[in-house]
Ligand binder design. Structure first.
Ligand code: ZN
Length: 202
């Protein structure tokens, strides 16, 4: 099957944080457990009822959602606009690639915690399970083109990172800046345009 036949649902991610159990306890209370507000399409992932405030040198972002379940490593995912608001030069990275990334202050009901690192602008990426990867001829870490349909303001995203895992469902993840630029909302569909012809470094 050709990749261009595949419609992929979109999820637009606003600024959010993944936190360790230890930081959640510091921010909320001892032995604190997150409360699920809504399930995300990716299995086991949920938006928590709990939110935090991010504080950078130039400003703050409040009502920033915690995405559960808790993780082994803290990660703060911002759009470029969020990063400008905070005054933090967040590099474009894939999830989990946090070497040399800037830190941030996070405020919860109990206290303010300083993370030494973990602030990124997440690379555009599309999640998929092994079955979809096989039928599309793709593997983890490949880069593909993704484009929007419609009569106007069509946009082509180059070099979108492919993430394959048995735990994933087919879904494109964009940040709020990209979503706005492309006129896309969560639940809309885009088309895969095949593998990018020129692979970026790394
Ligand atoms: Zn994702």
């Amino acid at each position: 099957m050709d990749a261009t036949d595949i419609h992929v649902p979109v999820a637009i991610s606003t600024a959010h944080v993944h936190l360790t159990p230890a930081v959640i306890e510091e921010l909320f209370s001892d032995m604190y457990r997150l409360h699920e507000r809504s399930r995300l399409l990716q299995p086991t992932q949920y938006a928590a009822k709990e939110s935090v405030t991010l504080i950078g040198p130039h400003g703050r972002l409040s009502n920033v959602r915690i995405i559960g379940p808790p993780r082994a490593v803290n990660q703060v995912e911002l759009s470029r606009n969020d990063a400008l608001t905070l005054g933090i030069d967040a590099p474009e990275r894939k999830s989990g690639d946090l070497e040399g990334t800037p830190g941030i202050f996070i405020e919860g009901p109990r206290t303010r915690v300083k993370l030494e690192r973990g602030v990124i602008c997440a690379l555009r990426h599309v999640h998929m399970g092994p079955f979809d990867a096989d039928r599309l001829g793709l593997k983890d870490q490949d880069r593909i083109d993704v484009f929007t349909e419609g009569p106007t303001r069509r946009i082509l995203f180059r070099d979108v990172l492919v993430r394959v895992s048995a735990d994933y469902r087919l879904e494109l993840h964009l940040d709020a800046d990209d979503g706005r630029a492309a006129g896309l909302s969560s639940g809309d569909y885009v088309l895969l345009g095949g593998q990018s012809t020129q692979r970026p470094n790394g």
